[in-house]
Structures are given as C-alpha cells and as structure tokens.
Design a protein around this ligand. Structure first.
Ligand SMILES: *Cc1c(COP(=O)(O)O)cnc(C)c1O
Length: 427
C-alpha cells in the first residue's frame, strides 16, 4: 500500500475506534466539506445551545421578564463556575463566571500584588498572550509603587527556558502570572513545579487557562494554585465573547480584595446602602450585572465536555497532535515548513503551529480552498505561524489528514502566491 493511502487508512481506523466519535454529532456542522481547525479560537456551536438560548430568550426573557432574575439568572455565575470547577480540579465555590479574561486578570493581579507590599517584581514570559502582558503593564503603572515585569525567555521560540525560572522567581517577586498553555507554540508548563517554585519564594501564582481548559486536564487544588483565569469561547465552546471565569483558592477568599467595587460584589446588593461591604466569598470578584444571554450559552457546551471526560479528551488530543506532526514530517518539512510546537506531548497543549515564511498567504489559500477544493480554517499568528487547533471533542483524525494534504497541495503548487499579504482585522 502506498504511503498516502496508509496514512489515510490510519486516520479512518482511528476514527472508527474512537470512543468519543459520537460527540461530533452534537455540534452544528452545516458545511461538511469545510475542515475546522480553529476550535482553539472559537469553538463550534453545540446544537443544544440553540434550543437553550431560544428558551432563554422566548421564555425566561420574553415571558417571565424580571421574575427570571430570581428564578433563573442571579446564581448563573456561581452555577457555571461550579461546572467549570470540575474541569480544572477546583472546589465548586472557588470558580465564578464573569467579565472577560482580561478584566479578571486585572482584578486578580491587582488583588495579588496588594497582598505583597514591598515586593516589586512581576514574573511572566515571552509567550504570554499580549492582553495579559498589557494588563500587567497597566496594573504596574497605576499602582504606582515601582512594580516591574521580568519575562522568562525562550531560546527556540517553542519552549520556555525552564532552567532560568529559579533565578528569575526570587524574593522580590510578588506575582508569577503565566499562561499554562502558550497561545502560539502550545508549550505547556508543569503547573505543579512552577507553582511550588513560586510559593517557595513567597510569591502568588496566577495561571491563565484559556488554552488549557477543555483540552488538557488541570488540577488547581492538587497544585495548590492561588489564582487563575480563563476564557470560555475556545475549547469550552461557549460562543463568541462568552464571559470568562476566575478561580480564587478558598483560603485566599476572605482576605483578597477586588480593585473593582461593583454592587454585585457587595454582601447585599439590593439593600442599596451607601458604603461597600464585600461578600467574603468568590462573588466579591463580580462587578456588575451578569451577561445573562451569553452566559446561558456556556452550560450545554460544558455538559458535553464533562460527559466526554477530560482525561479521555486529552488522550485523544495527544494521539491527534502526534499524528499531525507525523504527517507534517512526511509531507511539509521537506518542502520548507517547520514545526513551531513541542514534539514532546507532555510539553504541549492541543494545537500545533506550523511555520513558513509565507504562512499568511498559505493560510488565506487554505480558507478559500486548496486546488482540489478542500477548505481548511486554521488561524494565523504573527509572524509566520499557521495554527491548527485540535478540539478532540469534535475534530476527527481524517480532518487532520485532509488539512495537511490541503496544505501540501497549496505549497507544492504554489497557488498561495496569488493571495495578498495584507492582513485582515482578525487573523
Ligand atoms: C484568548 C485569551 C485571552 C482573551 O482575553 P479576552 O479578555 O477574553 O479577550 C486572554 N488570555 C489568553 C492566554 C488567551 O488565550
């Protein structure tokens, strides 16, 4: 059998024996010819979300109106937080769904720094999501107490130089704020090791789980993590701009203070008194009225992930990312591509970055269709990364085969040269 046939046959066999294969049918797929490899930026729409939102709009809002606040809405941030807690190894009362990831990072970073007066250093890394770094820069400036940020380097653009960490996290470090899985290379930290290192130095740890939750198991309690944030529209499939979540360790909840004193963080918002008294629990990190419509879209998606089971999702994702790399080794490396993600599955999350000097044009060509008409949706990350996201709950092995075959055709036949290098607003 020729190589190509056997590579495809492997995919078909893996799909046939996949215990999670039925979950694919739980998601909207109106364009079976399109291969979706961007579930790490915007997860697919679960079918159940359509009827859930229809009910929220027609019944809860349309018919029940204001009565729904007491009946269905006011506890949604905590109820959803409790569901997410099962995916990240936290207690139900340690997670709250609210605001955006950026806003939550602002609140928790500020709260953490406030607890460490005198310490000036904030440690992050060169892989962190820019919004996270911008938020930290803003916090350092507006606290106006001489905080500065030191970034852990990478010497290959794929891995973090882990041997440098112990010298960077020191006794002047107040806060260590990192993305657990890096958005570009998919490098994944050993959460337990870094958290322990930070604690030994007396620092607070704040993890961003945006690229982890729903694709890799996370155990915040086991790692003794202080604080965490994450978004719900990537692997959690909560829909565009769905609200984010935050985690605060039980022991820290009574003392930590949110810098935003909104009425939903107050012990009794509807007493309308004139002085703020924060609730002692996680809700002290609420701000104002919750975003009910977008929040209600998150629940059906979480139910699917919980049913699929995060350990099983991770096992599938490792096999799939390994398979993607072996296809790339076979077809793409020889024609000028590089692998921009760790080869060791223990060190990576659930997407693979392929590097190519003309990555943007190839990316556009993939979206509009390969010479044989296969459309693949990846995303592009500056300056040269084609990011292929694998959402094990609905990505099949054959999707991966077809995606890599399309990239090979596009690159071999040079059809991408006809596409503009001009970037769109969202890449
Ligand atoms: C996606 C992502 C965000 C997004 O932040 P928003 O405020 O929701 O736009 C933040 N941090 C990381 C690490 C992300 O991957």
């Amino acid at each position: 059998m020729d190589k190509k046939l056997s590579l495809r046959k492997y995919a078909q066999e893996m799909d046939a024996q996949d215990h999670l294969k039925e979950f694919r049918n739980e998601f909207m797929n109106n364009d079976p010819q399109m291969i979706y490899m961007d579930g790490n930026s915007l997860g697919r729409l679960p079918l159940k979300t359509i009827s859930t939102l229809d009910d929220v709009i027609m019944n809860e809002w349309g018919t029940q109106l204001i009565r729904s606040w007491n009946n269905n809405w006011v506890n949604a941030p905590s109820e959803l937080g409790a569901k997410i807690s099962q995916l990240i190894g936290a207690n139900p009362d340690e997670v709250l769904v609210t605001d955006t990831t950026s806003t939550n990072l602002f609140k928790l970073a500020t709260a953490g720094l406030y607890e460490k007066p005198g310490r000036k250093k904030i440690v992050s890394d060169v892989f962190n999501f820019p919004s996270d770094l911008y938020i930290l820069q803003g916090v350092a400036k507006y606290l106006n107490q001489g905080h500065y940020i030191e970034l852990i380097p990478s010497s290959d653009d794929i891995h973090i130089d882990i041997d440098r960490i112990k010298s960077i996290i020191d006794h002047d470090t107040a806060l260590v704020s990192l993305s657990h899985v890096a958005f570009k290379s998919a490098y994944m930290y050993d959460m337990s090791q870094i958290t322990e290192t930070a604690h030994k130095a007396g620092a607070i740890v704040l993890w961003d789980l945006s690229h982890s939750t729903g694709s890799v198991p996370v155990n915040l309690n086991l790692c003794n993590v202080d604080l965490a944030v994450g978004c719900t529209y990537k692997y959690l499939n909560g829909g565009p701009g769905s609200p984010a979540y935050l985690y605060v360790h039980r022991d820290l909840q009574p003392t930590l203070q949110s810098p935003i004193w909104g009425w939903f963080a107050d012990a009794s918002p509807f007493s309308f008194k004139l002085e703020f008294t924060p609730t002692p629990d996680i809700r002290k990190f609420s701000t104002g009225t919750p975003h009910i419509l977008s929040m209600k879209a998150i629940s059906p998606a979480l139910d699917l992930l919980l049913e699929a089971n995060i350990q099983r999702l991770r096992e599938k994702s490792v096999l799939q990312t390994d398979y993607l790399i072996s296809l790339a080794d076979e077809w793409l490396i020889p024609i000028g591509f590089g692998i921009g993600s760790p080869r060791d599955p223990k060190l990576r999350g659930s997407h693979i970055s392929l590097k190519h000097p003309d990555a943007y044009q190839i990316n556009q060509n993939m979206i509009y269709g390969s010479p044989s008409g296969v459309k693949v949706i990846p995303d592009f990350r500056e300056p040269d990364n084609i990011r292929l996201g694998i959402a094990p709950i609905y990505t099949s092995f054959e999707d991966i085969f077809l995606a890599i075959e399309a990239i090979r055709e596009i690159a071999e036949q040079n059809t991408y040269k006809g596409y503009s290098k001009q970037r769109s607003a969202v890449t």
